[in-house]
Design a protein around this ligand. Structure first.
Ligand SMILES: [Fe+2]
Length: 191
């Protein structure tokens, strides 16, 4: 385990952590997009995959500025968030509800990433690394925008799921009104 002796080494650790996060997401985002049904959600996830690749390149530029090798600091958190997202996406559910689950898992990832970028920005500011701050702020803006896209997908699909549910229950009510025998048979079964 590397020693953190000063704010510069703390920042280096942060960049290595971010690099690991982005590399993990480069592998996870295509799977999430594939699991999504809603075309807007799928397109949003694929667009963020392209941004994620650029974010990795920005981190490589920062490693260059620090004159340090681009290493990965394996982080449990991103692996756990991705694993939870996989579990959620593997549930059998109506399409729009699974999209709600996928968009929700994506939002949780984006919030985590935003927090790590915010920490990195403060550390870079403290070190007077203005060029690194500018690069990190670009990535933070993309994470924020990705979160907003996922928030919209989450809310839209949640609304569709709720509407479908109420339409279904209306249909069931209507059927039992038309065919009172169906009510009776339920009562009889209860006995
Ligand atoms: Fe990212």
């Amino acid at each position: 385990m590397a020693k953190i002796i000063d704010t510069a080494s703390a920042f280096y650790l942060r960049i290595k952590t971010l690099y690991d996060i982005e590399k993990q997401l480069e592998m996870a985002l295509p799977k999430m997009a594939e699991a999504a049904t809603n075309p807007e959600l799928e397109a949003g996830l694929l667009a963020h995959l392209e941004e994620t690749k650029e974010q990795s390149q920005r981190l490589e530029q920062i490693f260059g500025m620090l004159e340090m090798p681009p290493e990965l600091q394996a982080t449990e958190t991103i692996r756990a968030l991705i694993a939870d997202g996989d579990t959620v996406a593997s549930h059998s559910a109506p399409d729009e509800l699974r999209d709600v689950l996928i968009a929700g898992a994506g939002r949780e990832v984006e919030h985590y990433e935003m927090a790590v970028y915010m920490n990195a920005i403060e550390e870079a500011k403290g070190l007077g690394l203005d060029d690194a701050v500018a690069l990190l702020e670009l990535s933070l803006a993309e994470e924020t925008e990705a979160e907003e896209t996922l928030e919209k997908a989450f809310k839209d699909n949640l609304e569709i799921a709720a509407e479908t549910e109420s339409e279904l229950s209306d249909e069931i009510d209507l059927e039992s009104e038309i065919d009172p025998a169906s009510d009776m048979s339920v009562e009889e079964e209860d006995k």
